[in-house]
Design a protein. Structure first.
Lengths: 234, 93
C-alpha cells in the first residue's frame, strides 16, 4: 500500500460505518441466498453468477467491517487518519481480501448481466481487474476507479432493463445501482474529504435498502401468482 | 391488433413443461412442436437444455421417442413466477 492510500474518517462516524457495512453484508448475502434458491429451481447460469457476485460482495463487506471495527479501538482523534501502509500484516491481508472480493463480485455481476455463454470472458475480466489492483501504486484509488467503471456498466444495464419493463422492481434495482455508482464516485474523494466518506456510506445505505425492497417485492409477488396456460404465439 | 409479445427463454421453458404436464406428463416430440409454437431447430435446442437440466427425461418405446416431465420440472412450474419475477428484477429475464 502506498502513501496515497489514505482515508479521512470523522471520529464520530468510526464504528457507525462498521455497523452499516455489516448491514450491507447481510443484505447482499440475503440476495445471494435467494438467488441461489432460484438457481436451484431454474438451473440458470446467469442466476448462479448473480448469487456468486452478491455473495462475494457480502463477504468483502464483512471483512471491511471487521477491519474498521478493529480500527475503532486503535484510533482516537477528531479526524482519524488511516495510512494503510502502516497497518499490521493481518490488516493488510484483510484490505487486499476486501479489494479483490468486492471487485470479483462486481465483475461477476457485470458478467451475469451480459448473459454471455463463453466463460473465458469472465476469467479474462476477473484476471485483468485483479492485475490492475496488484500492479497499481495507489491501490485504493485504483480500486475506487475500477469499481466506478464496473458499477457504471451495471447501472447502465439496469437502466435499459427498466426502460424495457417499466415496473417498480426494475426501477428499484436500477436506482440502487445508480446510487452505488454515485457513491463510488463520491468515495474517490474520501481520500481528501472526510464528509465524502460519510456521504458515500449513506448513499450505499440507500442503495442496499432499495435492493432489499426490490427483493421483498419480488418474493411477495413471485409467491402469489399462479401458473398460467401456455401462450399461442412465439 | 397489437402483435403478440415475443416470449423469453423462461417463458418458452415454462410453456414446453406445461404442454408435457397437460399431456399426463409424457408427450411425443411432434406434439411439443405443435403445441409450443417453436421451429424444429429451436425445439431441439430447448429439449437438449431441459434434458441437461433434468427437467424432462427421454423415453423410447418401439423405436419412438417421448419426453416425460420430472419432479424437478414440476417444481420449476410450481415456482415459475418466483423465478420469472427474480430474473426480471435483477435484469436477467
Amino acid at each position: 500500500m502506498s502513501m496515497g492510500d489514505v482515508y479521512l474518517i470523522p471520529a464520530w462516524f468510526l464504528g457507525f460505518d462498521s455497523v452499516m457495512e455489516v448491514l450491507f453484508s447481510l443484505i447482499t448475502l440475503i440476495i445471494a441466498f435467494v438467488a441461489f434458491k432460484v438457481y436451484r429451481l431454474s438451473c440458470e447460469r446467469t442466476v448462479r453468477h448473480l448469487s456468486i457476485g452478491f455473495a462475494l460482495i457480502g463477504i468483502s463487506y464483512l471483512i471491511w467491517a471487521c477491519i474498521h471495527l478493529s480500527l475503532v479501538t486503535a484510533l482516537s482523534a477528531d479526524i482519524s487518519v488511516i495510512y494503510l501502509e502502516n497497518l499490521p500484516v493481518h490488516w493488510v491481508i484483510g484490505v487486499y481480501a476486501y479489494l479483490i472480493l468486492f471487485l470479483s463480485g462486481l465483475v461477476t455481476l457485470a458478467y451475469a448481466t451480459t448473459r454471455a455463454k463463453h466463460g473465458g470472458i469472465y476469467y479474462l475480466l476477473l484476471g485483468l481487474t485483479i492485475l490492475i489492483i496488484f500492479s497499481s501504486i495507489q491501490k485504493i484509488l485504483t480500486f475506487r476507479i475500477v469499481s466506478m467503471f464496473l458499477l457504471s456498466y451495471i447501472a447502465y444495464h439496469y437502466y435499459w432493463e427498466y426502460l424495457a419493463h417499466r415496473n417498480i422492481k426494475t426501477l428499484l434495482t436500477c436506482s440502487a445501482f445508480a446510487l452505488l455508482f454515485i457513491s463510488s464516485i463520491d468515495l474517490i474523494f474520501a481520500q481528501h474529504y472526510s464528509a465524502a466518506y460519510v456521504v458515500g456510506h449513506f448513499l450505499e445505505f440507500a442503495a442496499y435498502g432499495l435492493l432489499l425492497g426490490s427483493l421483498v417485492h419480488t418474493i411477495h409477488h413471485g409467491s402469489r401468482q399462479k401458473e398460467k396456460p401456455p401462450r399461442s404465439h412465439t | 391488433m397489437a402483435p403478440a409479445k415475443k416470449r423469453n427463454r423462461l417463458e418458452v421453458i415454462r410453456d414446453i413443461l406445461t404442454v408435457i404436464k397437460h399431456k399426463n406428463g409424457t408427450i411425443k416430440p411432434t406434439h411439443i412442436l405443435y403445441k409450443s409454437n417453436l421451429s424444429y431447430a429451436m425445439m431441439e435446442e430447448y429439449l437438449a437444455e431441459l434434458l441437461e437440466k433434468e427437467f424432462i427425461v427421454e423415453r423410447r418405446a418401439g423405436g419412438r421417442k417421448s419426453y416425460a416431465i420430472t419432479d424437478k420440472g414440476m417444481e420449476y412450474l410450481e415456482k415459475y413466477h418466483l423465478i420469472a419475477e427474480f430474473s426480471e428484477s435483477f435484469g436477467l429475464g
